[in-house]
Design a protein around this ligand. Structure first.
Ligand code: PMP
Length: 352
């Protein structure tokens, strides 16, 4: 029998709960509406001959870099941030190395680290889910090679401050500090301006959330050339396909659409959180396009009840420290009114 590497044998297969296209998907933190119409037009203009050629990443990388105020060699496009995490692990994690992770956080850091021969060191956040900065700093050691900080974090919506990120980068000079700004647009604060100045800082951005391009798989890493050159060695030159590249060019060009969608979500977020408060539900402050709600022991019934109303939400009760918690994506005001109405029915049923 042919066996894979031991670490791969020990890994579980990860199956996200996909497969419900006809319902309102508030379970993946996607854009719940659409991408820019300019993207649709760009896709329609792709010819059959265009598809015969291998994709060229560099021109679009240069475009993205310019928009971020960076040099072309400080940006690398990837097949979603997931691939970016994967290649960072491949490039930097050797046997005996450690990835340091505040938890709860995004699942894929752990999965890609598990596929290497490095070990994972987790730091549990407190009940307020604030970034556990001091505890994290205390766990940094000579073997720490990657520190992954989702900012805003998922599933909590909490954030690390610029000072906390800088303190982490300074305390771990031998480690890549990955600041995953997948939800940046709904927050507004960034450390991307520090790229190149802080030698061990790499920032990730995705086009799956605010831009509404999750289906095309587009992400990027912004970092000093001295680090990204190793990432480029591991990364396939073709992992971002030409359809995605055409779409990204159009998406980057349509700032107005992006801004419009973010305003929709922020308005909806304010209204929705106020609604949750009125219903007496406990939730954590959020800077992202989702909120973690403490439903309690009936979390499974809650998710099922929402599903009956055609709304999908994500049970996160198995995440560390998240017992009884459900994560709900924030979409447009109209969608969130529908979600709140469904929650109201559930709450009324429980209290009756
Ligand atoms: N980082 C975080 C914090 C996320 O929540 C997600 C998406 N769920 C990703 C990265 C993955 O993004 P992408 O679709 O670009 O792979």
């Amino acid at each position: 029998m042919i066996q894979p590497r031991l670490r791969v044998q020990q890994m579980p297969e990860y199956h996200p709960p996909l497969g419900s296209r006809d319902r309102l998907r508030l379970d993946f933190n996607e854009n719940t509406l659409a991408c820019s119409p300019a993207v649709k037009t760009a896709l329609e203009n792709i010819s059959a001959a265009d598809l015969t050629r291998y994709p060229e990443r560099e021109p679009v990388e240069a475009l993205a870099a310019r928009q971020l105020g960076l040099e072309p060699n400080q940006v690398v496009l990837t097949n979603g941030v997931d691939e970016a995490i994967h290649v960072l692990c491949q490039a930097f994690l050797d046997a005996g190395d450690e990835m340091l992770l505040p938890v709860p956080t995004y699942t894929m850091y752990e999965i890609y680290a598990a596929a290497t021969d490095a070990t994972l060191r987790k730091v549990q956040a407190g009940a307020d889910f604030q970034f556990p900065c001091e505890a994290l700093l205390a766990e940094i050691n000579a073997r720490t090679k990657i520190v992954a900080i989702a900012n805003p974090n998922s599933p909590t919506g909490s954030v690390a401050t610029r000072e906390q990120i800088l303190a982490t980068a300074q305390a771990a000079p031998g480690a890549v500090v990955l600041v995953d700004e997948a939800y940046f647009h709904f927050y507004g604060e960034t450390v991307i301006d520090l790229v190149g100045q802080v030698p061990n800082l790499i920032v990730a951005r995705t086009f799956s959330k605010a831009y509404g391009l999750a289906g095309l798989r587009l992400g990027l890493l912004a970092g000093p050339e001295t680090l990204l050159r190793w990432v480029r060695r591991v990364l396939s030159p073709y992992s971002v396909n030409s359809i995605a590249l055409a779409a990204l060019t159009a998406a980057l060009d349509d700032r107005a659409y992006l801004d419009w969608y973010v305003v929709q979500v922020k308005q909806a977020r304010g209204e929705f959180l106020a609604g949750l408060t009125q219903l007496g539900l406990e939730y954590w402050p959020t800077e992202a396009n989702f909120v973690l709600v403490n439903i309690g022991p009936a979390h499974k019934q809650f998710v099922a009840s929402m599903r009956e109303h055609g709304i999908l939400v994500r049970d996160r009760s198995a995440d560390p420290g998240c017992d009884g918690c459900v994560r709900i994506t924030i979409g447009t005001p109209e969608q969130m009114r529908a979600a709140l109405a469904a929650i109201q029915i559930y709450v009324a049923g429980v209290r009756a």
